[in-house]
Design a protein around this ligand. Structure first.
Ligand SMILES: Nc1ncnc2c1ncn2[C@@H]1O[C@H](COP(=O)(O)OP(=O)(O)O)[C@@H](O)[C@H]1O
Ligand code: SF4
Ligand SMILES: [Mg+2]
Length: 504
């Protein structure tokens, strides 16, 4: 079990009252599987995703209970101590007193998990990217956060071999013909001795070769010389890289302490204090690097390296002209392109769990298929588990292994995809399935579920689906139905079924 969400409760304290957006949501994600989360718009899918990564907008939102266990560490560590909530009599509203110190502590711990542990593709890529930085800037920042240590170390190692580069480039220049296929060109680039140390050298040579295909040999040689130049590190630049690597190493140690804390629930004060002191010393040592202008100069090799790594990431999500796209700003890209950039960004730390919130909803159908294909590829390569959120059952059928059906802030049915389509149990699931066209049963009439999603400030008592349910019984209006196990891997929350109560 890689992620175990138990009894998650997230409320929004609005002026109209308390929106109980999630009211006891439990589900599990197993290693390497794709779990689909499906339900009508407004049923709490995005809120579930945001609660897992602790990104609920506060105010008005608060996670008020439950656990999110990731490899046994509770990601909701300390959430109950973050705020004191006292209901205001006869108003349906509440007064919230937050402790910002504790909120900050929670966010710090979460940063140990974000990226490498849990990574997220957001519903709207436009809002998730920063409009004032170029694509390569933002990808580079993500790379630095999650792979900074490797990048600095590899760059330093490669700099030791820079003397070999001119000869190697000459060799590349002789063997690589621009007319040859890009694959051959790339292979030629990777044979260059230094590229084995630093793969971006290969990528850079490849694109420089392509861009300078028509300008004549002399100019091409000059362009190649730039690559040599960027790897020739002065003493100041080397010591900056070493300092940056030390910062990254420290951050990693700190993350380990935080993970242990979330796992064991208690605070390891001594190692935390030690690491904090170390960080202070390192920061003091790096004060010189904060001088504007100087910082830009010492950081240049790292910046170049991050640029070419971003290009490699963009190649990974099959963007055709990655150098151009890397230099663009988010508003210059189409929705499908931005979605790819987001996927590249979410996957660069090789996450254990990828949460994809409606990754294809904003796109047209052909692009949708490409994006799904891309996610499937990348999942196979990296081996991560995926939580795929969508309101579209067709997408679920396409890529998921198991599926959770959500209604009004609760999970009503969980099963494997094939079984859910063959034998839907919950009346809501049956309604959802009856409302999509199926080619294998052309004679069937399409039906829609009567009524609409309830207002979650005053959710219906008992089973939240009872006002819309054709089978509603008296007990359904009184008490919430328990989640029962029907078959080996199929749970449902409905009084029509009498299986053993599933222990959550
Ligand atoms: N910022 C917010 N303020 C108040 N209510 C919110 C907020 N965000 C979400 N909600 C409520 O949470 C419920 C679930 O929303 P959401 O998770 O976005 O649905 P979806 O399943 O379409 O992703 C909605 O009913 C909405 O009213
Ligand atoms: S518990 Fe009752 S109201 Fe709810 S889905 Fe089942 S039959 Fe319908
Ligand atoms: Mg949503």
């Amino acid at each position: 079990m890689i992620l175990d969400v138990r009894d998650l409760r997230t409320y929004f304290y609005t002026y109209d009252g308390v929106v109980k957006a999630l009211d006891g949501v439990s589900f599990k994600i197993r290693k390497g599987e794709t779990l689909g989360l499906v339900g009508e718009t407004g049923c709490g899918k995005s809120v579930s995703a945001f609660s897992i990564v602790r990104l609920i907008p506060d105010p008005p939102g608060r996670i008020i209970g439950g656990q999110v266990l990731y490899h046994g560490s509770n990601l909701l560590w300390g959430i109950d101590r973050e705020a004191r909530i006292t209901p205001i009599k006869n108003t349906g509203r509440a007064k919230i007193r937050r402790s910002f110190r504790r909120i900050k502590a929670g966010l710090e711990r979460m940063s140990a998990v974000r990226g490498k542990g849990v990574s997220m593709i957001f519903q709207e890529p436009q809002t998730a990217m920063n409009p004032v930085f170029s694509v390569s800037n933002q990808l580079g920042e993500t790379l630095l956060t999650h792979r900074g240590l490797e990048v600095c170390e590899e760059l330093l190692r490669a700099a030791d071999h820079v003397a070999e580069l001119p000869a190697a480039i000459d060799e590349f220049f002789q063997t690589a013909q621009i007319e040859t296929s890009s694959d051959q060109l790339r292979k030629a680039a990777s044979r260059v001795g230094l590229a084995a140390q630093l793969p971006t050298v290969g990528t850079e040579l490849y694109y420089v070769a392509r861009q300078t295909a028509l300008v004549g040999d002399e100019r091409r040689r000059e362009a190649f010389a730039h690559t040599t130049h960027r790897l020739r590190l002065s003493r100041a630049r080397r010591s900056f890289l070493r300092w940056q690597a030390a910062m990254m190493r420290l951050k990693r140690e700190m993350d380990d302490v935080y993970m242990a804390e979330m796992r064991e629930g208690r605070i390891d004060r001594s190692s935390r204090t030690r690491l904090r002191a170390l960080r202070l010393v390192l920061r003091a040592r790096g004060l010189g690097y904060s001088i504007w202008g100087y910082r830009g100069w010492v950081r240049k090799p790292l910046r170049d390296e991050l640029f070419w790594r971003s290009v490699q990431l963009l190649e990974g999500v099959q963007i055709a002209n990655p150098v151009q796209i890397a230099r663009n700003y988010p508003h210059e890209l189409s929705g499908g392109m931005l979605q790819r950039v987001m996927i590249a960004m979410a996957l660069c730390p090789d996450p254990d769990i990828l949460i994809a919130d409606e990754p294809t909803t904003a796109l047209d159908v052909t692009i949708q298929a490409q994006i799904l294909e891309l996610m499937r590829d990348l999942k196979q390569r990296v081996g991560s588990s995926v939580l795929l959120i969508t309101h579209d059952l067709a997408v679920i059928a396409e890529v998921s292994d198991r599926v959770c059906v959500m209604y009004a802030g609760q999970i009503v049915e969980t099963s494997t995809v094939s079984e859910l389509f063959r034998q839907p149990m919950h009346p809501y699931t049956q309604g959802l399935l009856a409302s999509i066209p199926r080619f294998d049963r052309p004679e069937r009439k399409l039906e829609s579920i009567p009524g609409s999603v309830p207002n979650l400030i005053y959710p219906p008592k008992g089973c939240r689906f009872h006002p819309r349910c054709p089978y509603a019984m008296p007990i359904c209006k009184e008490e919430r139905p328990p989640t029962t196990l029907e078959g080996t891997d199929h749970t449902v929350a409905c009084y029509l079924y009498k299986g053993p109560v599933a222990v959550e």
